[in-house]
Ligand binder design. Structure first.
Ligand SMILES: [Zn+2]
Length: 266
């Protein structure tokens, strides 16, 4: 099979993971900017991270023949500090023309706080002004439903944003409908302990249609499975889906969304 891993934090993974991805048919990996497992002490920490995402990590992936793309922003967790967040956003234009930067993400909400909302709005405004694709993180567990509603309402209220150019990630059974009905794309994250398992993700596809959904591993420094995407494909085979449908879901869907950024060439 061939597939695209549309959401993986490769800076915290090993070269073995790169080998596993390419040997299972991965054709491109996309890395949103996110929390590093610790809070950075200054905007300079983000400047270095953006260099890692745009310079070093694509070179590391290229050693294994894997195209690496990224998204830039300050993640919602660290966006609680408004001064820091504004400084970090002001660094983004320096990196925006880089040939592997796909857009602004993963922005969104963590605890649904007032400050997070202020910075989410600033990111959306930035994306509108610079005509960028948007990738959105939704909160965990008990904060997810409320946070997803806040995000959907905020982005929908900005008439400059085409919802077909926004992907709202980490959707689950109780949030997928509102995301798709508003015209956005949805991402399902295949985690062993939280978010979606493969069977749940495929149930969601069967219930809500597969046209604007993708699956990702969101593998990072925590408990996560870099091969969760091909494992989900295996679960689809077990349920009797043919190769063509599997190719639609795991390759053509992410390609269709990502290719709206002309820099996404594989
Ligand atoms: Zn992520």
């Amino acid at each position: 099979m061939r597939y695209i891993e549309p959401h993986a934090h490769m800076v915290s993974r090993t070269t073995d993971d790169y080998i596993s991805l390419v040997t299972t048919g991965c054709k491109a990996v996309c890395e949103p900017a996110f929390w590093a497992g610790y809070d950075r002490s200054s905007a300079a920490g983000f400047y270095d991270y953006f260099r890692q995402l745009t310079e070093y990590e694509p070179r590391r992936a290229a050693q294994f023949g894997l195209p690496h793309f990224c998204w830039l922003c300050i993640n919602p967790k660290e966006a609680e500090d408004l001064t820091l967040a504004e400084e970090v956003i002001s660094l983004i234009p320096k990196f925006l023309d880089h040939n592997t930067v796909l857009g602004i993400g993963e922005i969104g909400l963590n605890k649904n706080s007032r400050n997070e909302m202020i910075i989410l709005e600033k990111h959306v405004d930035f994306a509108a002004k610079h005509n960028q694709l948007i990738l959105v993180h939704t909160p965990h567990l008990e904060d997810k439903l409320k946070g997803t509603k806040l995000i959907v309402d905020l982005i929908k209220s900005d008439s400059r944003i085409d919802p077909g150019r926004v992907l709202i990630d980490h959707v689950e059974e109780h949030t997928v409908k509102m995301v798709l009905e508003a015209g956005f794309w949805g991402g399902m994250t295949l985690y062993p302990e939280s978010k979606c398992t493969s069977p749940r993700a495929i149930d969601i596809l069967e219930n809500y249609g597969s046209e604007r959904l993708w699956m990702n591993s969101a593998c990072d420094w925590g408990v996560s499975i870099p091969l969760a995407v091909p494992y989900a494909a295996q679960e689809m085979r077990r349920r009797g889906y043919n190769d063509e449908t599997i190719d639609d879901i795991f390759y053509k869907n992410p390609f269709r969304f990502l290719h709206q950024c002309p820099k996404f060439k594989i």
